[in-house]
Design a protein around this ligand. Sequence first.
Ligand code: NDP
Length: 246
Amino acid sequence: MNPFSLGGQVALVTGANTGIGQAIAVALSQAGADVIAAGRRDCGETLALMGQVSEKAGRGLRLDFSDPMAACDLFASERIDILVNNAGIIRRADAVDFSEADWDEVMDTNLKALFFTCQAFARAALPRGRGKIVNIASLLSFQGGIRVPSYTASKHGVAGLTKLMANEWAAGGLNVNAIAPGYIETNNTTALRADPDRSRAILDRIPAGRWGRPEDIGQTAVFLSAPASDYINGAVLNVDGGWLAR
Ligand code: NDP
């Protein structure tokens, strides 16, 4: 058996219509998984890309975390072996001006929805005695950042919850881990990349000398979803070109 193969596994990826989520869906598909690409918008582009790397058709699913409990009934009706919690948003404003609406929206999407989706997955997977959860954290799971208070709070929360859930569920055969992406070229970082000063300052600190690509995160998600990582529990893996090593 190839310990890096996902053959025979069913994976669900949230926020799979674009960016990192799209790349994760494509990478899992290439590794042999049957992938459900979930998004609040149509995931047709992702399904087409999956079709280029796999014979498995894959499936789209509408999933909108404006209701953070939206995924609670998903896992009871069919076997899903791998859950990737990728959907996330960011809101920028000075901490002294930050609004309650921007606090609640980010915390609900990035943290509350993630926890209750994991809980629903675990309720179905624990009786089977196996399952993989991969949460998408951030450098701001470790650092403070600037002008993004709810994002920083939510991503610190993702790191903490990943460890808590690993502690509770590892003995039941579930692996719960997270990936902390560095600066990746997606919609999420368009504003940063458009600002020449910020962009240069960021690039200067990355030992690898380039922004990350969504595919860099996709391949890490394959590893954390595969049997090769069965003894990894509660890890938050930096995929940042060396940013945090500086
Ligand atoms: P994108 O903005 O390109 O993708 C975010 C995804 O989340 C989109 O599919 C988006 O859907 C989805 N989403 C947002 N809100 C909801 C919601 N209410 N319900 C369902 N889906 C929702 O950004 P990235 O690909 O960069 O971000 C993916 C993840 O990676 C996020 O968790 C982000 O915090 C994290 N990350 C990104 C980094 C980067 O440098 N890019 C660095 C560190 C972490 P829609 O397209 O409809 O908005």
